[in-house]
Design a binder for this molecule. Sequence first.
Ligand SMILES: [Zn+2]
Length: 331
Amino acid sequence: MEKIRITALVFASFVLCACIGNSQSHGPAAAAIAPTATPQPTTTPIINATATPQNPAAAQTTATASPAPAATAIPPARQPAGRLNVHLIDAGQGDAILVEAGNASMLVDCGDAQHADAVVDYLNSSGITALNYLVATHPHADHIGGCPEVMRAVVVENVLDNGQNASSATYREFKAAAAGTNYSAAGKGFQSALGGAGFSVLWPVEKPLPGTNDNSIVIRLSFGSTAFMLMGDCERECEENLLNETIAAQVLKVGHHGSGTSTSQPFLDKVRPEAAIISVGANNTYGHPANATLSKLAAIGAAVYRTDLNGTITVSTNGTGYTVAAVGLPN
Ligand SMILES: [Zn+2]
């Protein structure tokens, strides 16, 4: 299943990034996203000046973002050159991660069907009309349930999944929707450019592990000296198989919604994230994130951001430093 493909991504995806409420800087060259020339939706962030990366909850903005304006004659702003933006979209308990790099874009998971509208709305408000890649990390409904609606809403050039079939109706609907795209299975060894950034698939391998979560597509996304680990629902056994790979990263999208079966200590010791972002639904019945996981992240000094507390979380990097911003907090 191993494939290596370097794809030059040339088609434009226009971006109107109107979503930054509160930001925290990391690294010597961190800078907020450059303002665009177009008017932004009315967002009035209130930034708590006492916020620290170690206490992201204190940085919550009370801003209320109004919906993005409907399409107008104003030309959309283009993504500023030389930036990589990673948005952990608030999609309830599911995962949906928008990656923008230059004029290229990728969506890693789509959330569940119930939150598909929220994901599509976020793509629309970000000016995304086409995605270079849609990645389904594994065939659980909280990751792929929203994909058919996404594929109906925007042009998707390439769809990647882990190549392991599931028997669910959700998976059949996903595959049917993907039939009109350039679909491929991606495992360890798959690489691609994405604008000025690049990503590598570190997992899975052809022989699957017993658990569906443990066969999640794991991506290391890098831009300059900044790297992200996007873990899907990779759990302990999956993590063990990554220990000899290059997995150091400033930003960790924590595996499996912060469950206690992920983020094992040996794995965390290799990644050594400065920022840990958790996609998790408010008051979920799974008990995610686990206190043990939060304790391990705190012990290693990682700032923790959660979609249930912080809403959609955006990490923006110029390849050297990065900022973390959040908007739309639940009351
Ligand atoms: Zn999940």
